[in-house]
Every structure is written in structure tokens, then in C-alpha cells.
Design a protein around this ligand. Sequence first.
Ligand code: SAH
Length: 383
Amino acid sequence: MKTIRLKSSRPCRVLEGHPWAFAGEIARNGATIDDGEGVELLDPRGRSLGSGIWSNRSQIAWRRYARTPRPFDAAFFDEALSGALARRPKGNYRRLVWSEADHLPGLVVDQFDRVLVVQALTAGADRALPELTAWLKKHLEPAEIIFRNDVTSRQYDGLPLEVRTASGAPLSPAWFRIEGVEYFLDLTGGQKTGFYLDQREQHLRVASFARGRRVLDGFCNQGGFALQAARAGASSVLGVDSSPECVQAAIRNAARNGLSADFLQANMFDWFTDNRSGTPFDLIVLDPPPFARSKEAMEGALRGYKELNLRALRLLAPGGILATYSCSQRVGTTDFLAMLADAAADARCTARVLEITGQPADHPVLLNFPESHYLKGAILQVE
Ligand code: SAH
């Protein structure tokens, strides 16, 4: 196995336990390394930092998959995939493999009942895909595997964007029953791998507060929060999303499940402006897309989050509940709570924290890998 070395002892995150090393931090000593090859990284004093997959193109040149020197091969895949599955809670709708958090940098596998949706986001995961897929077929016997390799970050590794199925046959959208609600999902297109599996537990958590309440589901996508709230006995439900496809899907889902919920297409910021003095709600969900995609975007993102949360707090009836989320990796839990405190101060309301929420167990967070902790939330009640 080839070895490479960190240049000099300037501060590198990999020395603090982070699983990445950047191209500029590494001395290759003329070694040619293939994209996706496993190489051992040594610290400046020659001590091993473990094995990582290599990329010749990406700024993130080395991503650790093991703490010991060992090739990125079938024996390793067997161990990593078995470990990932063993860690997962039971269920038919869940993330089975999640990248660095499961020792397979760049590999994402989501299970939608008998269909697996797979993404290979790095050269290493892409090169290993045939072997990884063979393992998944053998051990999980899925009816179909969809490769959703249309994520733009693949381009950092010079990989083409494509969507295909393992069988080669096209896959039509179909009904999937997730936590008792049927959704018509197109797993070959749309946002994420077809559904926000990471909010599945929160849909139920928020629904537990919904009985008898007037519910607003802001950024509703295909209706996850709205439909579970309707099912739990909300007195009225309104879902808002800016995507016409999402609103159509949510309406279709509500009808299929015999649930009473209204959905409308609007930009959430405009909707709040237009409904500033409208009828209040007793439960508001805010689950926006990531606002802070870069460090530079942080300030604007926090302004955006605050604006939304302030408007939501103002539209809550006394005793009302706000379930609010951020999936921006760069916005940490502390930033998020400070932003909410700021919004509550401006709204001049006393908000009590019922729960601080995070990621479900099938989206594990690594302590030394802040990039794995993207989703945070709070459930608040106003007096
Ligand atoms: N709550 C959903 C997931 C929300 S994802 C669930 O649990 O399934 C974020 C959603 O916000 C996407 O559906 C996207 O279409 C929508 N969106 C993005 N920008 C928006 C805006 N300015 N106003 C309203 N919706 C927006």
C-alpha cells in the first residue's frame, strides 16, 4: 500500500481527528496514485493517520476510511457495510449507509422498502461501486437499485452526472407507505433521494402536538409534516412550498390517504408578508432548504432564518408551538439557538424550549466530523 505524508506541522484538521486531508497539506513524493485508490497517510513525524481514498482532482485529496493501513477492497467493504447495517434501527425506510460516518466516504444508500437508492459522490465510492452493489444485492436482495449519481459535487472528482437503474429498466413513480402515510415517490428524480427520510421521525414528533391545532407546514415538500399532523387530528392543515411539483405531489398524497389538508404554492417569505395580519396558527413548522451553502453566505443565512422564525412567532396564537429546523451544516446548534433567541426577543414573546432536536440514528454524526452534523431543530412553545 502506498504511503503519503503531511507536509510540515502546520495546523491541519486531520491532526485533530478530522477524516479529511487537503491537497495542499500533503507531500506525495512523486508517487502516482489513482483516483479512488486507498493510501496510508503519515503525520510529519511518520505516525500513521490511517487509510484514506485518494482523489487527484478534489481539494479534499484524502478521506479516511480506516484507522489502520488496509486496502480499499472487497474485504473492507464487507466489514464496513455489515457494520453500517448492524448500527441501523429496524425499518423499511431508512438511510443504510452514510459516507464518512459509516467508513465509506462518498457512499450513500437509502432504503425505500424493496428499492435501494445509491449515490457515489467521490472517485473512491464510484470506482468501488460494482463491488459495493454486488454486496448490497447479495445481502439485501432489493427489487431494484437506483443510482442517483446526478449530484453536482461529483464534478469535483471529475465524475459524470447520471441516473440509472441496476436492471437497466426505467422505474416509474410509485406509492410507498412511510410511517403509515402513502407518498407517491419518484425515486429517480426530485430532491434528495426522493423523500426527506432525515425528517421522518420529526414528522411523527411534531404530529404528537397536532391534535385540535391549526397547523401551518412551511416548506412542506411532499407534505411529510402536514399529512402526519392531519392524521393526528389537527383541526386544519395548510402546507406551503415554492415548488409546483411538490405542491401537486402533496395534494395527491393527501387525497390518496383520505386526509384533509390544503397546500399552496408560494415563496414562504412572501406568504408571511401577505398573511401578516391573517388568522393565527397553533402549530407552525419551518423546514427550509439550506440557506448557508458557503462560509460567506452565513450572515445572510442567519438573517433569513431569523426573518422566517420572527414571522412565524408573530403568527402563533398564545400557547402555540413552533417546530423549526435548519439543515445548513455551517449553522451550528449554538448559532441556531442564538438566532431563535434573537427572533423571540424581537417578537417580544416568551418561548419555552420543549425539545432540541438533531439527526435520527440512521444519519449518524461523527464527533470529529462536523460536516456530518447538518440537521438541527427546536420545538418551542410561546406563552
Ligand atoms: N419539510 C419537508 C422537507 C423540506 S425541504 C419534509 O419533511 O419532507 C425544503 C423545501 O423547501 C423544498 O421542498 C423546497 O421546494 C422548498 N423551498 C425552497 N425555497 C422555498 C421558499 N423560498 N419558499 C417556500 N418553499 C421553498
